[in-house]
Design a protein around this ligand. Sequence first.
Ligand SMILES: *Cc1c(COP(=O)(O)O)cnc(C)c1O
Length: 339
Amino acid sequence: MIDVRSDTVTRPTPAMLEAMMAARVGDDVYGEDENVNALQRRAADLFGMEAALFCPSGTMTNQIAIKLHTQPGDEVICDELAHTYLYEGGGIAFHSGASVRTLKGANGRFSAQQVRDNVNRRDDAHLPWTRLVAVENTVNKGGGGCWDLAELRAIRAACDAHGLALHLDGARLFNALVARGESAAEYGSIFHTISICLSKGLGAPTGSLLLGSRDHIARAHRLRKLMGGGMRQAGYLAAAGLYALEHNVARLADDHAKARTVAEALGGVSYVRDVLPVETNILIFHLDERVTPERYLGYLAERGIRAGTMGRQTVRFVFHLDVSDTQVGDLLAAVRNFH
Ligand SMILES: *Cc1c(COP(=O)(O)O)cnc(C)c1O
């Protein structure tokens, strides 16, 4: 079975499981789990940020961050493709009572000028107060594309000028760091809060981290409890996260190469209308009108390949550490032979 529906489908390797089994655990709600504390310290240091909080999911780290930065009635600016807006169950409304101003960016990436153009004046009582800008890197629905650091710095300057907070949904930030040869610390210096996922391309079974100032993380700790995300002997999961940060970051380049190889093949077949530019491990393409996604996915499924759609005529393949070279060969044969 070849599963390219998502990079969340990976299973821990024997070596990761060994690291998990060896964890000495304590009750993390009391702050007594050594591995959770080590993981939080490690991640904060990597990004040059003051503190970090281990949470069950990326959705929770994002939604806690949005709640940290807003009050009900405030407004959040994000791209119209943003995961925080589209795929977190309406959490911005539910948890934070904030409204959202979506921007139309280039495959999920907007400009500092667009931010400046969409900040509400505070002296007009009709308008919600703009409080937060949320960025996603890489952009999932944008085909895994990466932001330019210069634009992110310009967005931070626009936020500073208008008193706005800046949050990064970095569920796949390590893919961007590897693809662009950038450092985590550069990101730590631009954003007020960052969330990263250990359970996507890094291959841990579950877990995300929220990074920020000591004050942000102290408040986030209470919000995590309020949302029901306080975990007890979470050190088994944190041990997997530490293992993932140690062993599974540099290898993301392999996933990127696999995505590029398959993208090239798709560029040469007549049933594909277009392929979004591939920079990381996500490959999104649009089928020609004659082919329904159902028929295409059915064809792949008959060949033991599981893939997913992302809206009209849109198919997504995501590459990860459980997709072998042999499987890429089989996938290439399948996409070339479809008719
Ligand atoms: C997967 C993902 C998340 C959070 O996912 P969880 O499944 O809640 O861990 C957040 N943002 C992006 C861009 C994602 O792809």
